[in-house]
Structures are given as C-alpha cells and as structure tokens.
Design a binder for this molecule. Structure first.
Ligand SMILES: Cc1cc2nc3c(=O)[nH]c(=O)nc-3n(C[C@H](O)[C@H](O)[C@H](O)COP(=O)(O)OP(=O)(O)OC[C@H]3O[C@@H](n4cnc5c(N)ncnc54)[C@H](O)[C@@H]3O)c2cc1C
Length: 329
C-alpha cells in the first residue's frame, strides 16, 4: 500500500513525464512568429507547455512569452554564450533543462535555427528527430511530408522523448492568455563553446513584409529574364502590400538574392494570396508554396504544371499582364 506522499510524488512524476518544451526563437527584442505556431503544436499534444527563452538580454521576450495562451511556464536563460543563438551553445542548455524536467516532447520551429538545434538534441538523447511536422494526431503520432511534399507520412514514434520541428505554416499562431505564466530561471551551466564563434550578421533591410509572414506574395521565375525586370513584381507587390519571392531558377540566374527563394531548398510559405509569375511549377517549387490559400498563376505556356495547382490561371505574356494588373488595382 502506497502512502499518500508516495502517490503524490508519483502523480507529480506523471505530470513531468508528460510535458512539452518549446524552444523559443527571437532576436532578444521580439519573438519570431514561428514560436507562436510551435506553442499551438505543443498544445495539440495536450501536455503542460514550458517555453525556453535563451538569449543575451531576453527578459522582455520571456515576459511576452509568458502572456501567450497555452504556456504554463517560461524558462529564461540570459548568458553571453547565447550571443548569435549558436546551436552549439543552446544544445547543452536544452539538455540541462531536459535533465531537470524530463520533458516527454521537445519542439522547435522548422526554421534555420530549429533545424540546426533539434538534430543535435535528438542525437544527444539517442532518439530520432521528427522533422517538418505538419499535423499532430496524438502524443506519439505525427504527420510530415516526404519526397519534397509529394507524399504525406504518418508516423508513430516509440522513442521515450519526441524531438520535433514543426512547420509554422501548418499551425495557427497561439493567441494571448488571460493570465501570465510563471517565469523562472533555466538551469545554470557552462554554455560557452569553442566549437563555433558568432562573428556577426548582416540583415537584409526591407520595408516589405518578411516572406514567411506575408499575407500576399508575388513570386517570379526564370520567365522574368533579368533582375531589372523584377521591378514589375515589386510594383505589383507594393500595390498589394505584399512580399516578393522567387523560384530557384531565378535565384540561380542571379536575378534576386537567395533569401527570396521559395521551395524545397528555400522558404516554406502559405500566404492568403500567392501570385506565381513566369514560374513553371516544378515539384520543388510547389513544395514551398502549395499550401497558399489562393494561388494565381501567370504563364504564357498553357501546359505549365503551375496551372494544376492554381485557383486562377492567366495564360499571357507576363510583361504585358503584370503591368496591366498593377495599373488596375
Ligand atoms: C534538389 C533540388 C531542389 C530544388 N529546390 C528548389 C526550390 O526550393 N525552389 C524552386 O523554385 N526550385 C527548386 N529546384 C529547381 C526546380 O526543379 C526548377 O528547376 C525551378 O523551380 C524552375 O524555376 P522556374 O519555374 O522559374 O523556371 P522554368 O522551369 O524555366 O520556368 C519558367 C516559366 O516561365 C514561363 N515564361 C517564360 N517567359 C514568359 C513570359 N514572357 N510570360 C509568361 N510566362 C513566361 C515559361 O513558360 C516557364 O513555364 C530544385 C531542384 C532540385 C534538383
């Protein structure tokens, strides 16, 4: 017969064993939208949700995370070692938190940062990382795309700890909470690393919305024929308050920089409106945009595969059609 005390300890252990850690992404000032989506994914698992905020001066971000719906606790770690958010420094912090709290699930967004941290954590915990999750069926069963988005795989993980990246475009952003969650210090430790050093970063400055957060994207392909010709897309995007994206062919040809690339090796987007201009619709491009709510294609070739996924198609010369469209808006 177990004493009441032992029962309570067992109950607490049970709660611990079924809890989820979300690794927040931010720039020490504002939270990246994918974290709100990751929290929604965590809520779907059904456990208590803890969010880890690691940075150099990130206490304000931690306070804002505490006010998000579904968050039970925020662990905050401020340390110069997290300058540049190097995966080599953040991984031991996550492992220290895991050692203390014994989470059953660890989630990060499927962003460059999440994709860098999660495999390291999974390998240290000796479990399989589950990447680019697009839906959560239950605490063990996850849906993800494979073969550049051409097949959907539902997998059941038998690992003791599930370590996932989730696609931001497939989970709504969590809303604000009525009451703030507890904010406490993450486990302390020596997180300075000799494996990598943060030298600096140059961020592209733009008045236009960021691609992965834009509600409207005007995207150009090889059909634009030059970087200068992208101006007609910028004019249209400005009228629509949208962002400009590109196919890999347009990036490889040097028409635009590679941070505009959409697709399997570029960004995954799902805006309300995606206008594909002079893009043929190769599977690798579709992998990055086919979840867009409304897809419009402008292409002079009526057989172009992009028309198979388009809600609205215009068979026309883009150099005539796009300026006309911009003028009429
Ligand atoms: C491993 C791998 C990963 C890849 N990852 C990506 C990725 O992430 N993103 C990506 O985009 N691609 C990716 N690709 C490349 C992909 O296979 C295609 O080559 C690429 O998407 C083609 O780009 P495009 O549609 O701009 O060019 P094209 O296929 O050359 O199409 C150009 C289109 O423009 C139309 N056009 C030309 N002139 C006009 C005009 N005047 N008016 C109207 N229409 C016109 C043509 O009819 C044509 O349909 C990847 C490939 C590989 C092998």
């Amino acid at each position: 017969m177990l004493s009441r005390n032992s029962v309570n300890i067992l109950k607490r252990l049970q709660v611990r064993l079924q809890s989820t850690l979300v690794i927040a992404e931010h720039n020490n000032a504002t939270l990246t939208p994918i974290t709100r989506s990751s929290i929604t994914a965590a809520k779907k698992i059904g456990n208590d949700v803890t969010v880890l905020v690691a940075g150099t001066k990130c206490s304000e971000v931690a306070s804002s995370v505490a006010k998000l719906d579904g968050v039970k606790r925020v662990l905050v770690a401020e340390n110069e070692a997290f300058n540049g958010f190097l995966a080599e420094a953040i991984t031991p912090l996550v492992l220290a938190a895991q050692k203390q709290f014994n989470f059953s699930h660890i989630i990060a967004g499927a962003s460059a940062q999440g994709k860098s941290i999660v495999p390291r954590i999974a390998s240290k915990l000796d479990v399989s990382p589950i990447s680019e999750v697009i839906a959560i069926k239950d605490k063990d069963t996850f849906v993800r795309t494979i073969y550049a988005g051409n097949a959907v795989l539902t997998l059941k993980s038998l690992d003791a700890v599930k370590v996932l990246t989730v696609r931001g475009t497939n989970f709504e952003a969590t809303g604000d909470a009525s009451a703030a969650a507890v904010v406490e210090n993450a486990p302390a430790g020596e997180f300075k690393t000799d494996l990598a050093a943060f030298v600096g970063q140059e961020l592209a400055k733009s008045d236009r919305p960021e691609l992965t957060a834009a509600k409207c994207i005007v995207s150009g392909g090889r059909g634009l024929k030059s970087g200068e010709n992208f101006k007609i897309l910028y004019d249209l995007a400005d009228k629509l308050g949208g962002a400009v994206g590109a196919s890999r062919a347009a990036v490889d040809a040097g028409y635009v920089s590679n941070d505009l690339e959409i697709g399997q090796t570029g960004k995954i987007v799902a805006p309300d409106l995606y206008i594909a201009v002079g893009i043929s619709g190769a599977i690798q491009h579709l992998a990055g945009m086919k979840d867009s709510k409304t897809i419009v294609a402008i292409n002079k070739d009526p057989e172009a595969p992009i028309f198979q996924v388009a809600d609205l198609g215009l068979v026309a010369d883009l150099f005539k059609a796009v300026p006309e469209l911009t003028e009429k808006i």
